[in-house]
Write a protein that binds this ligand. Structure first.
Ligand SMILES: [Ca+2]
Ligand SMILES: [Ca+2]
Length: 228
């Protein structure tokens, strides 16, 4: 009886937890856990590392390297989440590329600069949210209807701007697929990058909310994702 009661209590607690109004994340469109391989958990195109090696739980890339995927991002309306650790982020007066949208043809894009999330040359985030060699959860969203781009670090909003220039629209170099390049810098104003690790990258075809970004930063998984 005592055992039956405890089972009943456990069931009640479980039901209460599942019925709580916690944020429900939208499903990811592509998910890369880098847990020993480069596959998209959701069956899409695989990542292709550049000067990078996949380890048991993450991908490690050298200075000048990163990882690239074609056909995973939707061009103008999307969210991208990445959990990243850069060896150096603010110790020198330099930019560190996080994401390139234009097939390396422009200096514009998403960087860390002096421990701050920056969308060059549109918007700067809060100072000193990154630390060298420390994991951070970065989310960028773009709404194709309003052109609004929002950036988050560890669930906190960093910047918001209207991307009338289209700097955050993923280009289609072959006219067919989008091209997302992580950590490797452009050819226009190059070499703004450094070594680091990426634990996972997730794409969404929707605009995540601040609550979604916070949930991801706290380790909540999208409903169709299992790899962290
Ligand atoms: Ca650059
Ligand atoms: Ca991982």
């Amino acid at each position: 009886m005592k055992q039956a009661l405890s089972v009943a209590i456990a069931l009640t607690i479980a039901l209460a937890a599942s019925a709580s109004p916690a944020a429900t994340l939208p499903p990811a469109s592509h998910a890369y856990g880098f847990d020993g391989d480069l596959a998209d958990e959701l069956g899409g195109p695989a990542m292709a590392p550049i000067l990078g090696t996949v380890h048991a739980t993450n991908l490690r890339f050298k200075r000048g390297g990163g990882t690239v995927v074609d056909g995973a991002a939707s061009a103008a309306t999307y969210s991208v989440e990445m959990r990243v650790k850069l060896a150096m982020t603010g110790s020198v007066n330099s930019y560190y590329r996080l994401l390139d949208f234009k097939n390396r043809q422009t200096d514009n894009g998403l960087y860390v600069y002096q421990n701050t999330l920056v969308f060059y040359d549109q918007a700067d985030g809060t100072s000193n949210v990154f630390s060298p060699d420390t994991w951070a959860d970065v989310v960028i969203t773009r709404d194709g209807e309003t052109s609004r781009v929002v950036g988050y670090v560890d669930g906190e909003k960093q910047f918001s701007f209207v991307d009338t220039a289209g700097d955050a629209i993923f280009t289609m170099p072959d006219g067919l697929t989008t091209h997302a390049i992580f950590f490797q810098d452009d050819l226009d104003y190059p070499d703004e990058n450094g070594p680091g690790n990426v634990d996972h990258v997730r794409f969404f075809d929707t605009v995540l909310t601040a609550a979604d970004a916070r949930a991801l930063a706290h380790g909540k998984l999208p409903p169709n994702v299992t790899l962290k």
